[in-house]
Design a protein around this ligand. Structure first.
Ligand SMILES: Cc1cc2nc3c(=O)[nH]c(=O)nc-3n(C[C@H](O)[C@H](O)[C@H](O)COP(=O)(O)O)c2cc1C
Length: 290
């Protein structure tokens, strides 16, 4: 990776064209989560924006793994490594999806064990450490490329999931996916989203993501990718200091596709000012200064 900034799954990444655009500035890009079959997702409204971030319940819309091969073909010349995000019901589905992503040329796969609003998928499998272990093991046996495991914050102890992933051979963990949340429409007297409860992202979840990375760093040896609520270069440094080796960004990119460039400038200037030459020197500093 040419820098530590990764496009998070689900934002600007259903089509190759937007991914290629973001990849000009990114260290890597993650695809939208792809499953076995095409899914239309929920009826609108699936997204609700407010002052502290975004609430979404899209329902994992995607073209299915066979048709997604066409997008992956267009990504062959991509300037950044492409990480294939996948979701399935069980280890068999995950292993199959990972094999296809590897055949399509993905540099790594990211297992979505954390989507909070799709029945039978995501967080529903990713909350159980035994299932996490079985899925990661099956995928590790199926592919040669690195396996990233994206964890849910919607549990009482995220480290149990992180350790399950590491024990099963995960090459990295990604923390966090969205936080379960709800807003209510006063006129309709019901959730603002068709699906009811959604996933909260954007600035409001920054402290939750940082806390999860900090806790995971205390117990894991594999690299951690921090994600959740980043909007400024200062937020990136915070994630690095909490223990992340790289960061994923989603919501903030929706309004600013050149964001990575600006964040990079800020991070570089800070490092220069403090006398750091490599990002690795900043990683986990907050653990030394407790
Ligand atoms: C509209 C939307 C769609 C998303 N779709 C996915 C997805 O398909 N797979 C996944 O693993 N995460 C998905 N996410 C979660 C993001 O990848 C990320 O983990 C989360 O939004 C927190 O980061 P952020 O605050 O920078 O957006 C989605 C988030 C949003 C806002």
């Amino acid at each position: 990776m040419k820098n530590p900034f990764i496009l998070a799954s689900g934002i600007l990444d259903t089509y190759a064209e937007t991914m290629l655009r973001v990849a000009e500035d990114a260290g890597a890009v993650v695809t939208k989560s792809i499953g076995m079959e095409e899914r239309k997702g929920y009826e609108n409204p699936v997204i609700f924006e407010f002052e502290h971030g975004v609430l979404n319940a899209m329902g994992l819309p995607n073209p299915g793994i066979e048709r997604f091969g066409e997008e992956m073909k267009k990504l062959r010349g991509c300037r950044a490594p492409v990480i294939g995000s996948i979701f399935g019901k069980n280890e068999k589905e995950f292993a199959h999806l990972a094999e296809r992503m590897e055949e399509y040329g993905a540099a790594a796969v990211e297992l979505n064990l954390s989507c909070p609003h799709a029945s039978g998928y995501g967080m529903e499998v990713g909350r159980d450490p035994a299932l996490v272990k079985a899925i990661v093991r099956a995928v590790k046996e199926a592919v040669q490329i690195p396996v990233f495991v994206k964890l849910t914050p919607n549990v009482s102890d995220i480290t149990v999931l992180g350790m399950a992933a590491e024990e099963a051979g995960a090459d990295a963990v990604v923390a966090i996916n969205t936080v379960r949340g709800l807003r209510i429409d006063l006129e309709f007297k019901r959730s603002v989203l068709t699906a009811g409860i959604g996933g909260y992202s954007g600035p409001g979840i920054l402290p939750i993501g940082l806390r999860c990375v900090f806790e995971l760093k205390k117990v894991l040896r594999v690299p951690i990718v921090g994600c959740g609520g980043i909007t400024t270069w200062e937020n990136v440094i915070e994630y690095l200091m909490a223990g992340a080796s790289a960061v994923e960004i989603g919501t903030a990119l929706r309004n600013d596709v050149r964001l990575f460039k600006n964040l990079g400038r800020g991070v570089k200037q800070y490092m220069k000012r403090k006398g750091y030459e490599r990002v690795e020197e900043v990683v986990a500093l907050a653990h030394q200064n407790r």
